[in-house]
Design a binder for this molecule. Structure first.
Ligand code: SAH
Length: 220
């Protein structure tokens, strides 16, 4: 992974990502598959130049249009919970944003689909995944409340924006044993939830309090 856009920051940033991963371990992330994926994907590549020097701090950062890139910890936490130590075939991300989490997902699943309601964000994302030579990731301008019925079911779904309640379409699109990770709630009162499709029905676990931008209805 050494596209033209990474020139000049290659080795340094790989070392910096090593430190980021040490921090993630201290924060309780233990899935080696997820940690390797976080080392493989250059986070600075998904952030505008003016902020790129802060790419490996454990912070959410602005990516334009009032949206944010999630912190490394939350990206790792969500993917670890969604993976549940399984081999993943097809997965869905809702809320592509700058494309970072989708790129990390591309390292842990065979096929990744990511949907975003703001069309303006997607051209940049397509250019980034092209430069990084990621071939198993498709992004689409679509409303995440509806999922992506035409390619469902998914072994896992991660939602990167907070919904007032779990969207029923996403539950329907989970494969058997499928796992959905989603922030649920409004404003400051949000909880990250893990929902698992069981032989009959679903089970649910609350992971931790979180703060995400809202999942909005309809395309922009
Ligand atoms: N996954 C990103 C973070 C994205 S922030 C990362 O790697 O850091 C959340 C994104 O969800 C925003 O880009 C927002 O536009 C998008 N979003 C909000 N509501 C949506 C919806 N209904 N469908 C699809 N995307 C939505």
């Amino acid at each position: 992974m050494s596209g033209a856009g990474m020139r000049g920051s290659g080795m340094t940033s790989e070392r910096t990502r090593g430190r980021m991963v040490e921090r993630l371990r201290q924060q309780g992330i233990s899935d080696e598959v997820v940690l390797s994926a976080m080392v493989a994907i250059p986070r600075h590549f998904f952030i505008d130049d003016a902020l790129a020097h802060r790419a490996y701090e454990d912070d959410a950062l602005p990516i334009g249009f009032g949206q944010t890139i999630s912190s490394p910890y939350i990206v790792a936490r969500m993917i670890e919970a969604m993976r549940g130590q399984r081999e993943l075939g097809r997965v869905l991300e809702v809320g592509t944003g700058c494309g970072y989490q989708a790129a990390v997902l591309s390292q842990v699943a065979k096929e990744v689909y990511s949907v975003e309601r703001l069309a303006q964000l997607l051209d940049k994302v397509r250019a980034r995944i092209w430069k990084l030579r990621i071939h198993n990731l498709r992004v689409a301008h679509a409303d995440g409340y509806l999922g992506l019925a035409e390619v469902a079911p998914f072994d896992g779904i991660v939602v990167a924006a907070a919904a007032p309640a779990v969207p029923p379409r996403l539950l329907e699109q989970l494969a058997p044993q499928g796992r959905l990770v989603i922030p649920v709630g409004t404003g400051e009162r949000q909880q990250l939830k893990l929902i698992m499709r069981e032989e009959q029905g679903f089970s649910e676990r609350v992971l931790e309090p979180v703060k995400f931008v809202p999942l909005l209805e309809r395309l922009a």
